[in-house]
Every structure is written in C-alpha cells, then in structure tokens.
Design a protein around this ligand. Structure first.
Ligand code: ZN
Length: 250
C-alpha cells in the first residue's frame, strides 16, 4: 500500500505484523527528514550499480548516506587477466562508479567465483552490518543462476536475522531473464530523473563491456519494463521481506 506524505514522497504503510520495528521509527513519514543510512550489497563490482544504481542516486541526491558493499572485487571477471590484475582494474572501476553515485565502497574480501558460505563468513558479514548499522538494506534476490549472487544474498539475510531484523530489507534483481529468476516486485523506485547518471556509473565498468553487452540485452529492458509496471519512464524494482520494518524508497 502506498501513499504520499507531506513532502510529496512515496511512503509505505506499516504492516500489522512487524516483528521488531526497532528502526522503523526512523522511517516513519513524519521523521523522514532525518538522514538515513542505506547499504546496498552485491557480489561483484557492477551489481549494486546495475541493480540499484538509480535508487542509490535518488537516495544520495536526497541527502542520505549510501554504502556499496562488494563481496568480491570481481577477480575472475576479466578473461586473460590474473586475479590480482583484474581486481585492481575492477576496484578502480567501482571506485569511480561510487564517486558518480555518491556512495562509499566497502569490501567483503571474498573471491569471485569461489564465494563461501560458512560460519566464519556469516560472522564477517554480521560484523560488517554491526559496524555499518544501516536503516535500509538491499541485496541480491536469492533465486539467481550465479552462485556468488546466491551466496551474497544468504550471507546478508543471515546477518539481518542475527541483528534482530532491525533494518528494512529489500531484494534487487540483476540481469533478469539471464540471472535473477522468479522475481515479483513489491516496491519500485522511479529512476527517470537520474537515468543518465545511472548509466554513467554502470558504463565505467569498461572491463565488463556493459554498454555493449548486458545493458542493451538486460538492463535497458528491465528499466523500461519496470517503468511500465510502475508508471514512469524508467524504474528499478524490489521485493521487500514481509517481516522487515517499514522502509522508505525515494
Ligand atoms: Zn554479479
């Protein structure tokens, strides 16, 4: 259920069965002017940008703080390059993308293509969430063909549970049709005002040839299709966890 608050921004009605809305107070319409902290967790450089780049820009332009968490540095993502070389190139690309989006990058220290889900990794991600204390979390939808995306999703989910479900939790889609599957959105963000800037942030990932390959094949279609659903030119779409506190999306 969506309505408009006095500032003219979309807000979402509080569900009746919120388990522990410890941070929910900070997200109520009457207090939305306060600065929110948003954490966007992706498995690789370019996942936060392509899945949530427009939403990140809408948050940062509204004065909120965004942390982009990268579980790996995309070590396996450049054919012909050694892992350390690829990591250096892709770290430079994501750093520039974060500069464009106004986000701060944070790293999970795992290896691209070989991410682990075990007690130690759960503890590491839990510690990261304890340090960052986000009000709102975005991460990969867990039904995804890429193992690293699935790993990132369950690590974040477990840390969110361990924290007592304090933050609003949303799942984002990447390359729907190719990677994300069975994704049926509950929430949307109109990214029309920032679409050019989002593309700028995505296209700095030159090593991935996003502009020539995945953008026309997937991202452009997703942005337009979600916009058709939502009633805007371009949109990004999310699934909110039903037990998550009330969130706020620009
Ligand atoms: Zn990825």
């Amino acid at each position: 259920m969506k309505r408009r608050n006095m500032l003219g921004v979309s807000v979402f009605a509080t569900g009746a069965a919120i388990a522990r809305p410890l941070h929910a107070a900070s997200l109520k319409p009457e207090t939305i002017r306060q600065k929110l902290k948003i954490l966007v967790a992706g498995a690789h450089p370019d996942d936060p940008e392509t899945g949530c780049g427009g939403t990140i820009l809408r948050y940062t332009r509204a004065g909120h703080e965004v942390v982009a968490y990268y579980l790996t540095r995309g070590e396996a993502g450049i054919p012909g390059k050694r892992y350390d070389e690829a990591a250096r190139i892709r770290t430079a690309e994501l750093t520039e993308a974060c500069r464009i989006m106004g986000a701060r990058p944070v790293f999970g220290g795992q290896m691209d293509g070989d991410t682990e889900v075990n007690r130690q990794r759960y503890d590491e991600v839990k510690q990261m969430l304890d340090e960052e204390k986000p009000d709102i979390i975005f991460t990969h939808w867990p039904i995804d063909t890429h193992r690293d995306h699935r790993a990132c999703s369950v690590l974040i989910y477990d840390a969110w549970l361990s924290q007592g479900m304090k933050a609003a939790l949303y799942y984002f889609e990447v390359d729907t049709g190719g990677q994300t599957q069975h994704f049926h959105p509950t929430d949307y963000c109109d990214i029309t005002p920032v679409i050019q800037k989002k593309h700028e942030a995505c296209f700095v990932h030159k090593s991935q040839k996003i502009r020539e390959t995945t953008y026309p094949e997937f991202h452009e279609k997703m942005e337009i299709f979600r916009g058709l659903e939502y009633g805007s030119d371009y949109a990004e779409a999310f699934v909110r966890h039903a037990r998550s506190p009330q969130g706020w999306i620009p």
